[in-house]
Design a protein around this ligand. Sequence first.
Ligand SMILES: Cc1cc2nc3c(=O)[nH]c(=O)nc-3n(C[C@H](O)[C@H](O)[C@H](O)COP(=O)(O)OP(=O)(O)OC[C@H]3O[C@@H](n4cnc5c(N)ncnc54)[C@H](O)[C@@H]3O)c2cc1C
Length: 398
Amino acid sequence: MRRRIVVLGASFAGLTAALQLGHHLGRDHDVIVVSRSDQFVFLPSLIWVPFGLRTPEDIMFSVPPLLEARGITFRRGTVTRLEPDARRVFVDDQTLDYDFLVIATGPRPHYGGVPGLGPHQGHTSSIYTLDEALAAQEDYVRLLEAPGPAIVGVAPGSSCFPIATEFALNLAHQLSRRGKTEAAPVTFVTPEPFVGHFGIGGFGRAGELLQAMFDKAGITTIVDAAITRVTPGTVELDDGRKLPYRFAAILPQLRGIEPVRAVEAITTPSGFVRVDALYRTETYPEVYACGVAVHIPPPGYTRVPCAVPRTGYLSEEMARVVAYNIAATIHGRRPVALPPSAIDAKYVLDAGNTGLIMSSDHFLEPRDHAWLIPGPEAHWAKVAFEKYFLATRRRGIV
Ligand SMILES: Cc1cc2nc3c(=O)[nH]c(=O)nc-3n(C[C@H](O)[C@H](O)[C@H](O)COP(=O)(O)OP(=O)(O)OC[C@H]3O[C@@H](n4cnc5c(N)ncnc54)[C@H](O)[C@@H]3O)c2cc1C
């Protein structure tokens, strides 16, 4: 019997899931991808956009042609409602029925938790989306014209620790290149109990190595910090400190998108999808999720809440398992159980002209190993990976 699989989202998780479904199922079944954008944006390169090192064209490509060449339908539209009991979704004002659903809609930045936060209704910059990174470029240029204190931070409850770490180190590097280190001192403010904790309890010796990089770059670090309010020119912490700034880029807390969050039977209060080790929801076994849309419980206590980052590699690996398991269910084969904690971890953290390559057998503890390679080769590895990723994905190779 011909089945219809609807994939919501066309980024790291959705695109990988769709292409892998095409690979496993051929043209015997219908795969339909729905996304509100027909462009793929390579988000890891957003850390360079504010400095004018990348333009949008450098890091984007069009999704529909590479799906359509494989017999996969692309539908541009906004998902507005899920009705899992009826096995249908609403895309704009039309309905779409499915036999299997893959939720890969990522997060939406939530700036509302901290008064004054964010580039839309608040006073701070951000780099979570392309538009935000482009706006941050204007704020950075203003900083160069009239230097003063710069803050890079992470809001309480966020998971954006690696992104903020990279951006702080890149900002310090760019300011140093322009001889502005003293005129524009950088402070890094994070809920993490130590730099390199990343919301996952740390990663081998990453904490030690990153603290040394921060010290060398002249960045002041404030850990275990809860940003409670931002006013024009001041970031306030819950211990009463008021940090003055001329430039402040604060990464937000993330939530699931509204139509997903509304299906309370399968989501957390923040709107992330609760899945089993097969990436299925318990209530609706034909509904799967992958990528940032998936809830991963924090592995330990922190005074200021820290969420677990869902990195690009992790998102793609979850998507591969989802595609395999849907195909296995259709073909009557045994599915694979691989929870996020057991997926291997890969992340290259850039610091401008140096960095840190991180790799381990398991995303979360317990791990058998956590390899860390600090040095200039990490910067070049990040640049090379960007080129490799865009070249392969533009050709539909995942
Ligand atoms: C600045 C930045 C730097 C990063 N750096 C790294 C890095 O160096 N290494 C790394 O491993 N990871 C990095 N990440 C994380 C990585 O980008 C994410 O893991 C990845 O984007 C997750 O993919 P996803 O498909 O789950 O979600 P997303 O990439 O957020 O994609 C969500 C998809 O859903 C679609 N969508 C959302 N809402 C709707 C709706 N209502 N209707 C229809 N479609 C919808 C969107 O159009 C999009 O296609 C970075 C992220 C950022 C923001």
